[in-house]
Design a protein around this ligand. Structure first.
Ligand code: FE2
Length: 297
């Protein structure tokens, strides 16, 4: 059956859709009119105060403009470029982020082990050693009953040695797929080849695979042949008058002298870098995928 339907989204705003499907979502006795696709926004590595301010100023408007149902953000640099603290975790959730992912700086702040154990939707790379605090994947159930699985992985090429992300993701996918076909993956990695290989490895088995960590957006956002959206790196939400978010003068001095200098977060030319994905709820396939960068370069 097809037609127009009026319904409330997550923000209780009325939206008219041109088509709808009627089907049941677990548990089977609950039935909803649900839009056949889910709109997901991912926010690239949020850098310190400038990045947090960008999210604070623009997320609500973006959610309304693009009719976004679900928001994932990489927060591993939210605390002055190194790690994330409890106040930033709470602020991001209050601003409308549903799941926060991490990476190699996840535990740069000493007190974060306790925080990672207390927030189910604050996750760190799955392939960290077994005894590390926190979870590597989570399943978020929206008010509509739709569930989204989010998995965080970290690469091994030019990064510290950890478990194999390719084998680790197999296990997490099987757990997520027991509950939902919609799977979002943040692969926090340095090497383009490793990220690209992961995209192809998961084509047709994940809804979206985004690369993070290099803080520089790549121009290869696309949907692979079996329906998985892929981008090598989303880029950072933070100051671009910098070297990867840090003051450029200090970064240059480090290269010139080959000695350590304390990094400081830059402040100017702040950009929002993210991606928008439209995913079919029944199949988990991505049908539309686009990069979101503002102000433009
Ligand atoms: Fe990183």
């Amino acid at each position: 059956m097809s037609g127009a339907v009026l319904f409330l989204n997550e923000t209780n705003r009325c939206i008219v859709r041109q088509s709808f499907v009627y089907f049941s979502i677990q548990p089977p006795n609950r039935k909803y009119f649900v839009n056949p696709t889910l709109h997901i926004l991912f926010i690239g590595d949020i850098i310190g105060v400038p990045g947090m301010e960008m999210v604070s100023n623009f997320l609500k408007g973006l959610v309304e403009k693009h009719k976004i149902d679900f928001v994932v953000a990489n927060g591993e640099n939210a605390a002055d470029g190194k790690g994330i603290e409890e106040n930033q975790v709470k602020q991001l959730f209050e601003l409308g982020v549903h799941v926060i992912t991490g990476g190699n700086h996840t535990f740069d702040r000493w007190d974060m082990k306790k925080v990672y154990s207390s927030f189910k939707h604050l996750i760190r790379p799955l392939n960290f050693p077994k005894d590390v605090a926190g979870l590597g994947y989570t399943i978020y159930e929206l008010k509509s009953g739709v569930k989204v699985g989010v998995i965080n992985l970290q690469g091994r090429t030019y990064m510290q040695p950890i478990e194999d992300p390719f084998r680790a993701v197999e296990w997490a996918l099987s757990k997520v797929n027991e509950q939902t076909k919609i799977t979002f993956i943040d692969f926090h990695a340095e090497a383009t080849a490793e990220k690209m290989a992961m995209g192809w490895y998961l084509d047709g088995r994940a809804s979206v695979v985004v690369g993070t960590h290099t803080h520089t957006p790549t121009a290869d956002a696309r949907i692979l042949p079996r329906g998985t959206a892929y981008i090598t790196d989303v880029g950072m939400t933070g100051p671009y008058d910098s070297v990867l978010g840090m003051k450029k003068e200090i970064a240059i001095k480090r290269f010139l002298t080959q000695t350590p200098h304390k990094y400081e977060t830059a402040v100017n030319e702040v950009r929002f870098c993210g991606v928008l994905a439209e995913v079919e709820i029944e199949t988990g396939r991505c049908v539309k995928f686009e990069q979101l960068i503002f102000p433009s370069f």
